[in-house]
Design a protein around this ligand. Sequence first.
Ligand code: GLA
Length: 361
Amino acid sequence: MNPDLLSTFVAAFDTTPTLEGAAPGRVNLIGEHLDYNGGSVLPATLPMTLRVAMRPREDSTVRVVATGYPDTPPRDLSDVMRGDWSDHALAAVQMGNEVGLLQGGADIAIRSDIPSGAGLSSSAALLVALLKTMRSADEHCLLGDIDIALLAQRVEREYIGVPCGIMDQFTVAVGEPGHAILLDTKRLTHRLIALPTSHTFAIIHSGITRELTDGRYARRADECQRAEQIFDTKALCTLDLKTIKDMPRVDLALRRRARQCVTEQQRVMAAAAAMRQGNVVALGELMIESHRSMCKDFEMSLPAIDYLVADAVEQGAVGSRLTGGGFGGCIVSLVEKGQLEVWSQRLLARHPEAYFVATTG
Ligand code: GLA
């Protein structure tokens, strides 16, 4: 076990952990807000890890410590969510009890180098790491990694109240370093695609934090649901542009949300093909186009982020876009490996509020 994690656990609980687990962060390369609209997405894991140490308890108490987070009073399995950072850990333990992975509470220590509020799936990593940790107590457990991802998604949706798709949980539960995952979120089938060798995906934080629970993500999900009803479909991604245009009396904003789903789905498939062919120029163009659509049609960007994305390209990235749920967080840019250092120095000098987070590939 990671020695720092072990000492955090021992210092907090005065006993040793019996179980451990980990999960990476993720970055979505292209395909935003498609995972609850029947589409495909193309995320990749990040070389950043969230680790947990756990000792199940026989009573119903849940105690959680996390480095970098304030102390929080013990919780009880019967607690409702109270809106602080320990909710996710409590909810994972509640889910563990619901499906029989645990019988009681737990003491939990968490260490992570995945920033939260950045659109890099720190909460999916926490839920998946905790559920995998609980699973590891039973070597005969028949739950596979995709089941773990689905349980983590249920925690977000049913316990925390975020109407998210499956992309984040699936990626951090199933993803492999050095590869993107082309995930069909409707069928839950996936393919691994090797990341480009000449270029890397650089993740830069805009300096603007946001939380998925702040309501703006849910508003977009709600608009998509309304559009589904109007266009009489179960998956906005499968519409065609003519149908969107020809349907009379539809609110323009809803038409735009639908158009983002349709065009972004096409871009995801084209990006996967470009990545397989090693065509980084085509891949970069698709990322730029994706950002434009997220900005104009999905209205999930901010002027400061549009400026950062445009500048990332201006400074030499072949493509760049906002990544994740939107309204802040990180941008992802495709940059030639040999140019990375100079590129990021130039970009960050022009945007003092932004900072370098990671690369993948
Ligand atoms: C968040 C959600 C995902 C997905 C993205 C947007 O990360 O958790 O399910 O919808 O936003 O693509």
